[in-house]
Each structure stands twice: as C-alpha cells, then as structure tokens.
Design a protein around this ligand. Structure first.
Ligand code: MRU
Length: 343
C-alpha cells in the first residue's frame, strides 16, 4: 500500500487528470461538463459554490461527490463561514449518492470543527478512497479470466472518485494483469458520461475501448461478445439492491438473459445499511433539457416534454458480485452484506 505523500502521483493511477485537487488552500475541480475537449479546473470559493458545482455536475460520480463535499466543509471553515449552513447546503446538492451523506457525517464527527482538523479529515477521505479503489480493483480483477471482454456503463473511473476508479479500477487492474481483450463503454444518454469520460480515460491508458450505443448492447451481448458487465454504484441498500446510472437495470437484465456475469464495484462508503431496499432510495430527477438539448442545441421539437431520471435500481438477484475494498460480496443479500460490513 502507498502512503499519502506518494499516493496522488502514483503512476498506477493512470494518466487521467485528478477530478479534485486541494492546492495552496484552494479547492479545484476539473470541469467534467466540458471534457474531453477542454481540460479546465474551476476554483471554488466557498461551500455554496461547491454545492452548486455538485448539482451542476462540474464534479460527478458518487465517491467524488462525497470527497468534494468534505472539502466544501473545509472551505467553509477556512472562510469562517457558518458551518451549519454549509452542511445543509452541501447535503441538498444531490440526493441519490450516499457517499455525499457519508462524507458529511464523517466531517460532522470531527472534533474540534476547526479548519485544520476538517481539512485533515477531508484529505483522509480523499486518500482512503484512492487506496480503497486500488484494493477493490485488485479483488475484482481476480475474478476475471484471461481474454475477457467487459461492458461498462456511465463513468466509474478516476473522474468519478478520488482517483483510479471503481469499475474502471477493476478494468485497470485486469488490463495490467493482461486479462482484457476489449472494453465496451456504453455511451450513457443523456449526459454521455461513457462517451465523453470513460472512453477518454481508457484511451489515455491505452486500454482497448469501443463506444457502444445503449441500444446496441442487446445485440452485442447476444453475439457472445461480452463476459462481464462491470459498473459502479451510487447507493447499495442493505439487501444488495443497487442504485446506479439510469440504464444499469436494463443492462443487468440483458446480462442475466445472456449468461453474462454482473459485477458492481464500489467502496463500502456506498453501502447504506440504513436503507432496507432499493425501493427506499430517492432517485434524482434531473432537468428535462438534458434530454431535449445537447450542448445548448435543441435535439427534440420545441416544447417537447421529457422524463429524466438519473438513476435506476438493479435488484440484488441480478448481481453476481459486489467488489469492495473490504472484500468480495458474492450473491449479495442482507446476510452477505451484513457479514462484510461487520469486518
Ligand atoms: O450522474 P452521475 O454522473 O454522478 O452518475 C454517476 C454514476 O452513476 C456512477 O456510475 C456511480 O456514481 C459510480 S462512480 C464510481
């Protein structure tokens, strides 16, 4: 395992730029709305701006949202702003990813609530996330056979985490072990995390990736071209149901039908033991303009209505394994999850 001082510059993490940086007492976020063609960092002045950056997807992905919120609290302390208000504003920034609430709770438990103590905790959350990704990546990759082909959805990579990634962490580890022949990245309508972010991340590390429209996945699976569906998670309920990017449920059903194994790669900070089942998870509804427009350009008739749920629920019975930093959960259920969480 790496220590904190060399963690962020570790070549194992791949070539992708860090999504979140704390530099000279400032929080900087890589603006994911304009990737892959523009690589620009935004400096956040306070907790309100940090919350807005999370809502507007400057930063996105469950672990990255949690880490950013933790730094947002550090910013509030640095500015001598009202901390209660900072906690409330950040907690309201997005509803589904439990890592946000997990990170804010960790920050609330810090004593005393001083800038120095809060910054130390935010940096610990950040570096533990990277360490966890490296570990769960190795564990997940241990299940992958040689010459495997993997389908992934959304972006669960370095950009969605402290670094390295969850689903892409497994893929990076499996590639390093010479086990992969092909990765398929689902484009992930409407925000195109797969096309803009996952393809970019994998290409930078020379991992063979082909982009795939979601509508093409069924035919790809039917042709026997995929061995594993590997995705991240925004919240895992105590019974193993998983909230993840909209489209995951459909892909898991297809995978089941075609005998393709399903792996969820997520740190234990994504497991919410207070939420009994997937039905209890709030699904974020985003603005319909994300469906009707692309980069400001209308792609649907003026006035067209649209639904835009950001996440769906994949029932535990469709999942073969959850890879976490604490170990693998085979056939997720109340029992197997409780056993891992008690370690
Ligand atoms: O709306 P997003 O881009 O924040 O959604 C992200 C996802 O659904 C990811 O798959 C999930 O957060 C896992 S990230 C390691």
């Amino acid at each position: 395992m790496l220590n904190d001082s060399n963690l962020f510059n570790n070549s194992e993490l791949g070539k992708t730029a860090q999504a979140i940086r704390w530099l000279d007492n400032e929080l900087q976020l890589l603006d994911q709305r304009i990737l892959p063609h523009q690589v620009e960092y935004r400096t956040l002045a306070n907790a309100d701006e940090t919350a807005r950056a999370i809502t507007n997807m400057v930063v996105r992905g469950a672990p990255a949202i949690g880490i950013t919120a933790a730094y947002g609290i550090a910013l509030a302390a640095r500015n001598n702003d009202n901390l209660d208000s900072a906690y409330r504003t950040l907690a309201a920034s997005r509803p589904t990813a439990v890592n946000l609430f997990w990170a804010l709770e960790r920050m609330e438990n810090v004593q005393p609530q001083t800038f120095s103590a809060l910054l130390t905790e935010a940096q610990a959350i950040h570096s533990e996330d990277i360490q966890g990704n490296l570990r769960l990546g190795q564990l997940g990759a241990g299940l992958i056979a040689e010459n495997s082909q993997i389908y992934t959805h959304c972006n669960a990579g370095a950009l969605a985490t402290g670094g390295y990634g969850t689903a892409l962490g497994v893929i990076r580890s499996a590639f390093a072990a010479d086990k992969l022949t092909q990765v398929y990245a689902g484009e992930t309508r409407p925000w195109l995390q797969g096309a803009r972010l996952t393809a970019w991340e994998l290409m930078q590390d020379n991992i063979p990736v082909k982009l795939c429209a979601e509508g093409a996945a069924a035919q790809l699976f039917r042709q026997g071209n995929v061995d594993w569906l590997i995705v991240g998670a925004d919240r895992i309920a105590a019974n193993g149901d998983v909230a993840n990017k909209i489209g995951t449920y459909g892909l898991a059903l297809l995978a089941k039908h075609h005998g393709i194994k399903v792996m969820i790669a997520a740190p234990t900070s994504t497991i919410d033991m207070q939420t009994a089942t997937g039905d209890d998870i709030e699904i974020e509804q985003r603005h319909p303009s994300e469906m009707t427009h692309h980069q400001g350009q209308a792609i649907a008739p003026a006035g067209c209505e649209a639904i835009n749920p950001a996440f769906d629920i994949t029932p535990a019975e469709l999942i073969d394994v959850i890879a976490t930093e604490k170990g693998l959960i085979l056939q997720p259920s109340n029992e197997t999850i409780a056993m891992l969480m008690s370690r």
